[in-house]
Design a protein around this ligand. Structure first.
Ligand code: PLP
Length: 373
């Protein structure tokens, strides 16, 4: 029996260990643990990579969302449209700021927010006395959403657009623009298991808008003004550690190649598995970051157990949609209200997405899925 690695982080660590250790040693030597030169260098590397004019490194992907929403002035009484089938952080920040989540169904092909469902959700929210102010779209599993359509609708309705790209940094839209430039503000996460992850918590915010960039940089440091001890707005303490920037500076050099490898593996999975299970859909020309390769199967739990017996790790992202979570159910319409999100939570299964996997390992996984599905 083979022992398959889910993410490939072990192999990556082997390749990068000496460079990462040398980068970390520099931080220990200069001692600027907060906002050291590595942070500015990493922000430049991010902008070079994705084309965003402003890249702002922060403490994690959840803070990144919150800072963006604070800078956009979202607060009490505002409604924020958000897909129900996402990670809890996307919904959490809305409530932290005193706004209300408006849970929206996802698209059956892409699992991203269902654009056709947005006008109805906005109208319902207005009827219920809410003021829809923003859309947070999520590029689930690494696949960029149809941001062109979301932006067009948002402009018509006067809504702020925030892209939660925690899973999709490295992705590219059909027209060629990279994730980081597809919405008014984009956020990502460098949680260790993300396509580009650090050795702790980390995140970043991207925008082309100078006035938003200035506000978000200020909010990152307690709402600081031009002078160090001048506070001009309510802020947070959400800086990326210099040590984490040092790790990321080494890792970002491998990131393009790793993304290509993930795409190659996804193509092999798609070709081998499409007759046996429901494989992910990827619109023509779009490049996914493949944070996860997620199939659907009606007997998901049995399939997961059978794969485990064959040494193949899998994961369930996510077992419960947001509108049914204990903390958020008061803001949703209960069981049966978003049936696709509910079905996905019972059928999704993410297979290993390890850019360092060998062809033999991928073949072993495909054979096992076909035999057990
Ligand atoms: C879709 C989504 N949004 C937000 C986050 C939050 O990122 P972090 O864990 O860095 O706070 C994550 C990461 O787990 C995520 O997957």
């Amino acid at each position: 029996m083979q022992k398959i690695q889910f993410t490939g982080l072990e192999k990556q660590r082997e390749i990068l260990r000496s460079e990462i250790e040398a980068n970390m040693a520099k931080v220990i030597d200069h001692g600027q643990f907060i906002m050291g030169p590595e942070v500015a260098a990493f922000e430049k590397a991010l902008s070079d990579f994705c084309g965003a004019t402003y890249s702002i490194a922060v403490a994690n992907g959840t803070d990144a969302l919150q800072i963006a929403m604070m800078a956009a002035g979202i607060g009490a009484g505002d409604g924020v449209l958000v897909p129900s089938f996402t990670y809890t952080a996307t919904a959490e920040v809305i409530l932290i700021l005193g706004a209300r989540p408006i849970f929206v169904e996802v698209d059956p092909a892409t699992f991203n927010i269902d654009i056709a469902a947005l006008p109805g959700a906005i109208a319902n929210a207005r009827r219920a006395g809410l003021k829809p102010k923003a859309i947070i779209g999520v590029d689930l599993f690494g696949l960029p959403a149809d941001w062109e359509a979301i932006n067009t609708l948002a402009e018509r309705e006067g809504l702020f657009v925030l892209a939660d790209a925690a899973q999709s940094f490295g992705g590219i839209a059909a027209a060629g623009q990279k994730v980081g430039t597809l919405a008014h503000v984009t956020t990502t996460s460098f949680f260790p298991a993300k396509p580009l992850g650090c050795y702790g918590d980390g995140g970043a915010i991207f925008t082309q808008d100078p006035s938003m960039a200035e506000k978000m940089r200020s909010i990152r440091v307690h709402g600081q003004g031009k002078e160090k001890y001048e506070t001009v707005r309510i802020g947070m303490n959400s800086r990326l550690d210099s040590i984490q920037a040092a790790v990321l500076l080494a890792k970002i050099k491998l990131f393009r190649g790793e993304t290509e490898s993930r795409n190659r593996i996804a193509d092999i999975y798609n070709a081998a598995l499409s007759g046996s299970v429901k494989t992910p859909t990827k619109p023509q020309g779009v490049v996914s970051a493949w944070a996860q390769y997620t199939i659907l199967h009606p007997k998901r739990d049995a399939l997961q157990a059978a794969l485990k017996e064959r040494g193949i790790p899998t994961a369930i992202y996510y077992p419960k949609p947001m509108h049914l979570q204990t903390a958020y159910q008061a803001y949703g319409s209960g069981l049966g209200s978003l049936p696709l999100s509910e079905r996905l939570s019972k059928e999704v299964l993410s297979l290993p997405m390890n850019p360092y996997a060998t062809d033999d390992e991928i073949q072993y996984i495909c054979d096992a899925v076909k035999a057990c599905a």
